[in-house]
Design a protein around this ligand. Structure first.
Ligand code: ASP
Ligand code: MG
Length: 469
């Protein structure tokens, strides 16, 4: 018996034509797969619009949020009218759209009165996009003759109460998912589950973070012990580089979980970075496929694909970063400096993308998003006030406008010479490397370069290390 989870992203349900295409794909697999669970994102642009509406309401701009409500109504109406028969479910679906958008409008009204939008309110508001899209797709599938039912993941994915970035509680989620979905699947129903959202044990709506629908699909895949999880998107698969930067970027046929983890972490917006967590243990293969080119195989992601020796598979860049340096001769051999530095960083909720320390111990440097740099520096200066007075630490400073460029490929492991190729390529392009890091997993090498060298660095590495590699 095969169980498949298929997740369709925002562009895959972005308009009536795309939703029709999704229905074709799902229908095509109903005969081939015993148990099929569909997960959907909101129509593209909808989550952004909901957030904009909530922020406008909080800032007192009633006109702006009302305009957004109207736009969202028009967009969803257009899709429903184009897809659903007037004699069938069109009218009830239009009412469904109205009800959710009335809810949005009421939320915005409250936010407007309160003058602020809490993370909890933001989750209630942003959950509406998926609630609507799931209902539209399920209705269309019913119209095409399959048993289908829309389900809110608030019934299935139970999370902690970290609003906007909630973490699933594995055991309760597993129990809920099998209790709720198995009877439907046994009856041959195709559930269409809202991506992105969940609820606390008390039933309060949460979300898994932007782009979280991939993660939703993987969580369901794990709980149902699925054979595979397919992520349908608008590109042919995971690419060797961002095609907007590198025109001859191509699709990577096979990747390992750790490679795709590095890629997601280092800015390639292919998958939500947590997607692989639930499926890694059961070794459930993950596919990335193109809704608009469904016969193309796409990228397969599994535990350990045949590692091609020395192969670098992809190069990515992550922008908008600052490199913070804590330096001073008095740091040499003093235990606890690193621990206290990073405790201060953590106190500001900043996430550290890369760390490097030279063995002379005269400085520690790390890379964080630029918007967190000022508070982080202040926190470190406070923590190290005494050391700064004593001049054990000379200064704490940030270099802004840097980019981390990362080359990813588990074939680097144990293959000598890869680093030389990378630095050779950068050197020939006259690109100054500011800092370097390689984890002991040897799955990626990262370099920090100035923002205005970034595109050139990515192109150069793609040309010399991937295309000719
Ligand atoms: N709709 C949500 C977002 O735009 C979740 C997703 O698309 O995966 O972030
Ligand atoms: Mg996405």
């Amino acid at each position: 018996m095969t169980t498949l989870i298929m997740k369709f992203g925002g562009t895959s349900v972005g308009n009536a034509d795309a939703i029709g295409q999704v229905a074709d794909i799902v229908l095509g697999y109903t005969r081939k797969v015993d148990r099929l669970v569909v997960v959907v994102s909101a129509m593209s642009g909808v989550t952004d619009a909901l957030i904009r509406g909530a922020l406008a309401a909080a800032s007192g701009d009633e006109q702006a949020y009302r305009a957004i409500v109207n736009d969202l109504r028009a967009g969803h109406y257009r899709a429903v009218k184009a897809l659903l028969d007037p004699g069938g479910e069109q009218a009830p679906l239009l009412t469904t759209v109205d009800n959710y958008l009335d809810e949005f409008s009421a939320f915005c009204h409250s936010v407007h009165i309160l003058g602020e939008v809490t993370p909890r309110a933001m989750d209630a508001i942003t959950s509406l996009g998926e609630r609507i899209s799931a209902r539209i797709l399920a209705a269309l599938l019913r119209q095409r003759g399959v048993h289908s039912q829309a389900l809110d993941a608030t019934e299935l994915i139970i999370t902690d109460n970290t609003f906007q970035n909630a973490a699933p509680l594995t055991d309760v989620t597993r129990t809920r998912v099998s209790a709720r979905l198995n009877p439907l699947l046994d009856e041959g129903v195709i559930p269409v589950v809202t991506g992105f959202i969940g609820a606390t044990e008390q039933g309060v709506t949460t979300t898994l973070g932007r782009g979280g629908s991939d993660y939703s699909a993987a969580i369901l895949g794990d709980c149902l012990d699925a054979d595979e999880v397919w992520i349908w998107t608008d590109v042919d698969g995971v690419m060797t580089a961002d095609p907007r930067l590198v025109p001859d970027a191509r699709v990577i046929p096979v990747l390992s979980y750790s490679e795709v983890g590095e890629l997601a972490y280092f800015g390639a917006k292919v998958l939500h970075p947590k997607t692989i967590l639930p499926i890694i243990e059961r070794n459930i293969p993950l596919w990335v496929k193109n809704t608009f080119n469904p016969s193309y195989p796409g990228t397969r992601i599994t535990r350990e694909p045949e590692a091609a020796n020395g192969q670098v598979k992809a190069v990515t860049a992550i922008q908008g970063l600052s490199m913070v340096t804590v330096e001073g001769r008095g740091m040499i051999g003093v235990p606890g400096i690193a621990a206290r530095t990073f405790a201060a960083v953590a106190s500001q909720g900043a996430s550290v993308l890369m760390i490097s320390q030279a063995s002379s111990e005269q400085s520690i440097c790390f890379v964080i998003p630029t918007k967190t740099a000022a508070p982080v520096i202040r926190a470190i200066e406070e923590e190290m006030a005494l050391e700064l007075v004593r001049r054990d630490i000379d200064r704490v400073w940030a270099l802004d406008d840097v980019v981390i460029v990362t080359a990813v490929g588990s074939g680097m492991r144990g293959t000598p010479g890869i680093a030389a190729c990378i630095f050779g390529a950068l050197g020939r392009a006259n690109i100054n490397v500011i800092a370097i890091a390689q984890g002991s997993s040897e799955c990626s090498i990262s370099v920090v370069v100035a923002a205005n060298d970034a595109v050139n660095a990515v192109r150069q590495l793609h040309k010399e290390v991937i295309a000719n590699g």
